[in-house]
Design a binder for this molecule. Structure first.
Ligand code: DX5
Ligand code: ZN
Length: 220
């Protein structure tokens, strides 16, 4: 089975038609729905909360991959677990007690992820990797779709891949920001297995053509 997953970020979807957009992108071949939660505090933008997640849950069977860009983290992490999220990721620098937040997500029966900004080291992984199901390497500064991929992320992906392999655990390595057909293969070669794409998919009329082209690159 193909190890690669494409997580479509609905940040670049038409917010006035979110249910339809989610169905369309899953029909076009997206594996996961990536749900970017921004609070105008941890990041300078504001998106949607658990009620929107709950509403979208009824439109798809695809895993909902919640990416929390919020501070504080815990109450919202729990709310998203209860709103139908399958995975909940947060930024360790946004949580006062990272281990506790991870435990809280796991206690809800959900998969837990840690997200690392371009300038944030992976150090905390050494201490909590046994509680982590997903490592999310940001390849842009969080807050907006449509930014350019930061090349330094490639070295961080390689390092995260080594840490994951050394742990022997089944942990997904997701990369978020500036991923397109043109660079997805380079990101996979660095060790990523899960690819967030927002503007690259929703910025085109034919979602399936983009997702097919991404898979062709990954299979090449
Ligand atoms: C940025 C978000 C990303 C964003 C990616 O803060 O976390 O998920 O939607 O968008 P693109 O693919 O346009 O860079
Ligand atoms: Zn994201």
């Amino acid at each position: 089975m193909d190890v690669h997953r494409i997580a479509a970020s609905i940040l670049s979807a038409d917010f006035a038609r979110l249910g339809e957009e989610v169905r369309a992108v899953v029909d076009a071949g997206a594996d996961w729905i990536h749900f970017d939660v921004m609070d105008n505090h941890y990041v300078p933008n504001l998106t949607f909360g658990p009620m929107v997640c709950e509403a979208l849950r009824r439109h798809t069977q695809a895993p909902i991959d919640v990416h929390l860009m919020v501070q504080p983290v815990d109450a919202l992490a729990q709310a998203f677990c209860r709103a139908g999220a399958d995975l909940v990721s947060f930024h360790p620098d946004a949580s006062t007690h990272v281990d506790r937040t991870l435990q809280l997500i796991k206690a809800e029966g959900k998969l837990a992820g840690l997200a690392f900004n371009p300038a944030t080291p992976l150090d905390v992984l050494e201490w909590v990797i046994e509680k982590v199901d997903l490592v999310l390497v940001m390849s842009v500064n969080p807050g907006f779709g449509g930014q350019s991929f930061i090349d330094a992320a490639l070295r961080k992906i390689e390092r995260a891949r080594r840490l994951i392999d050394a742990s022997g655990r089944d942990i997904r390595l997701e990369v978020d920001g500036g991923i397109k057909v043109e660079n997805i293969r380079r990101v996979a070669d660095a060790g990523a297995d899960t690819f967030v794409a927002g503007s690259a998919i929703f910025g085109q009329a034919d979602y399936k053509a983009v997702i097919d082209a991404m898979r062709a690159e990954l299979d090449r």
